[in-house]
Ligand binder design. Structure first.
Ligand code: AVJ
Length: 320
């Protein structure tokens, strides 16, 4: 008799990333693990804190310039949004595009099925000439083949999600995106800009502690999905501006020496007092850095839009 020999298929999709990240020195966890249902809900809550300016600043740029953005993007577009989340800013662009074309196909792509369900529910019925076709996919592991979608594409990558990539990964991602698109297709991407350190620091250390809960949800998620035994009170949220690297770093710091058992990985992880798990980098950009990133990816930067304080930028680039 042959025993069932492949328990790996029973593991949660986060198992491998957690095993690898917590075995690394320094320890790390990839930021895409933030976005389970609870994490997506907490991120939405972050965007409503007074300190977290990026979402509301980007929305204001859309409010001011969306007609001009749609015009610059072109005619008869098919809309694709990477990391769509609840797709709330996209509404403004959808409306602007529908003033210029009779119908619109919209493909929101996200790792979180719940976020996509929210997007679908909030858009459906509101626009008779809009067709929404949500795609659940982890685009950091290769893009869906956008060439197969009909029409000239406008791909959105909003919210400065691109800031979660390391600079070389961001370039590689854009090269891959460019190759999955056709000449004349466009990318509209959001970039959070370098600004005074106090504003940056506050945005990732909100007074209500929502960002801290968002960060610690990684440990709660390991507890829920992998039978982990993390005590959330024995870790603290750490977020700071690293000016040399031009990024906000987030970490979870162990408040004591402890060893944590994770049932489904069948092992323990040792933490020294003060040891950190690096959970996120959020890169901030300058106009020159945006131009250089897009051009080194083989895209042609056409136009940028920014708010009055220069805190956030929207860049439209095209596949030559
Ligand atoms: C969704 C990646 C743009 O980096 O600001 C918010 C995620 N992390 N607060 C960001 C996040 C902590 C956010 N992005």
């Amino acid at each position: 008799m042959t025993a069932f020999k492949n328990p790996a298929v029973l593991l949660s999709p986060i198992a491998e990333a957690v095993r690898e990240g917590l075995s690394a020195r320094p320890k790390r966890l990839p930021p895409k693990l933030f976005y389970d249902a609870e994490g997506s809900r907490l991120f939405e809550q972050i965007t409503e804190t007074p300190e977290y300016y990026p979402t509301r600043t980007e929305r204001n740029i859309f409010r001011s310039f969306v007609a001009n953005m749609a015009e610059q993007a072109g005619n008869n577009l098919t809309l694709v949004e990477l990391g769509a989340g609840s797709a709330r800013k996209t509404r403004l662009l959808i409306e602007a595009l529908l003033r210029r074309q009779l119908r619109l196909d919209f493909y929101p792509v996200d790792v979180s099925p719940t976020a996509l369900r929210d997007a679908l529910t909030s858009l459906n019925g509101d626009y008779p000439s809009l067709r929404v076709a949500p795609i659940v996919a982890d685009y950091s592991h290769g893009l869906p083949s956008l060439k197969d979608f009909p029409g000239r594409k406008l791909t959105l990558f909003l919210g400065s999600t691109i800031g979660n990539f390391e600079p070389d990964e961001a370039c590689q991602f854009l090269v891959e995106l460019r190759r999955s698109l056709a000449p004349g297709d466009a990318l509209l991407a959001g970039f959070d800009m370098v600004k005074d350190p106090a504003t940056l620091h506050a945005a990732y250390n909100d007074r209500q502690g929502v960002t801290a809960r968002f960060n610690k949800n990684l440990l709660a998620r390991i507890n829920r999905e992998l039978g982990g035994r993390f005590d959330l009170d024995s870790f603290r949220h750490v977020a700071f501006w690293n000016p040399e690297a031009s990024r906000i770093e987030m970490h979870l710091e162990s408040l004591r020496e402890q060893t944590i058992w994770v049932q489904d990985l069948g092992r323990c992880f040792y933490f020294a007092h003060g040891e950190r798990i690096h959970t996120e980098n959020s890169y901030k950009f300058t106009a020159a850095a945006i131009a250089s990133l897009l051009e080194s990816s083989g895209l042609r930067l056409e136009k940028t839009w920014t708010d009055s304080k220069g805190w956030f930028s929207e860049a439209l680039a095209r596949v030559p």
